[in-house]
Ligand binder design. Structure first.
Ligand code: CP
Length: 308
């Protein structure tokens, strides 16, 4: 397709294509990268209307490693502050003829809307609680490299599912690849429709983690709990925080994942997060650069094919 807006429209074959190309990009720097000119002559603009460390930095690095001209819009300092709408901002940028627009926005659906108004390829870097496709793809690559496959795995996604675009994109991707996905968390943080998503739902960590190959922890996303129930951190850690005792219910070789940013002592014990025998949290960040290189490379190939 022209854009990467979510996992939902992707076919399993397209997912595999992105992961296979990303595999070739793992560990490569600007000097050694094979397709160092994949984005040469193209302009990439990163527009982050919401805070980011990993996604913003890795999209920037990915673009630079493939030769794009990369510009980061400082949205905090932009004319949005003077009342300009998202669409007018997008049309203004569109007039500067970018080829790739990377967008993060606090509202679900904002990135899809923007994609309809511009001529270039749009990559969703996270919109509200809707989707975060490159996160699910980097998680999938991490799982595949660690477990040797991306199907018929037992995967527990734990914590604040209700406010999580990471959970949504992962549920969609892992389901398409025929894994058994379990959601584990307090009923107040599990969306009411979850039972229809082809997942199993647990409110108890010991039961939910039993026999799992992958344990994916999520942050309590307080910024999206507008006015709703916010659990006490102490009680939450006691019942749902991943510690050695709870992890012992998963398979002996189960890997521990977290998309970041992580709140140590809330959803995860710092010792588990730092245990290089269990935790693949740093690998996830590393895979993030490779997956974003692959995604932009493939979209650029489509742009060139369209232009030819
Ligand atoms: N995982 C993730 O999206 O992190 P950032 O918010 O730091 O980009």
């Amino acid at each position: 397709g022209k854009h990467l807006l979510g996992i939902e429209p992707l076919h399993p074959v397209e997912i595999i294509t992105i992961l296979d190309l990303a595999d070739e990009y793992v560990g490569l720097n600007r000097a050694s990268v094979k397709h160092a000119d994949a984005l040469t002559g193209l302009t990439q603009i990163n527009m982050f209307f919401e805070n980011s460390t990993r996604t913003q930095a890795s999209f920037e690095l990915a673009g630079m490693r493939l030769g794009a001209d990369v510009m980061n819009m400082q949205m905090q300092a932009s004319s949005i502050k003077k009342g300009e709408t998202l669409i007018d901002t997008a049309l203004t940028l569109n007039a500067m003829h970018p080829d790739l627009l990377v967008v993060r926005h606090p509202h679900s659906g904002a990135v899809d809307l923007l994609a309809q108004k511009v001529n270039c390829a749009v990559l969703n870097a996270g919109d509200g609680r809707h989707e975060h496709p490159t996160q699910a793809l980097l998680d999938a690559l991490t799982i595949r490299r660690s477990k040797g496959r991306l199907h018929r795995l037992n995967i527990a996604i734990c914590g604040d599912i209700a406010h999580s675009r990471v959970a949504r994109s992962n549920i969609l991707l892992l389901g398409k690849m025929e894994n058994r996905v379990r959601l584990v968390g307090p009923p107040t943080l599990i969306p009411s429709g979850a039972a229809d998503w082809g997942v199993e739902v647990y409110d108890d960590m010991a039961k939910g983690l039993e026999g799992c190959d992958v344990v994916m922890m999520l942050r309590l996303q307080k910024e999206r709990m507008d006015g709703g129930f916010i659990p006490s951190e102490r009680e939450y850690y006691h019942r749902y925080g991943l510690d050695a005792g709870k992890l012992a219910h998963a398979k002996e070789d189960a890997i521990v994942m977290h998309p970041g940013p992580m709140n140590r002592g809330v959803e995860i014990d710092g010792t588990i997060a730092d245990d290089i025998n269990r935790s693949v949290i740093q690998e996830q960040v590393e895979m993030g650069v490779a997956v974003r290189m692959a995604a932009m490379d493939l979209l650029a190939r489509n742009l060139r094919a369209e232009a030819a």
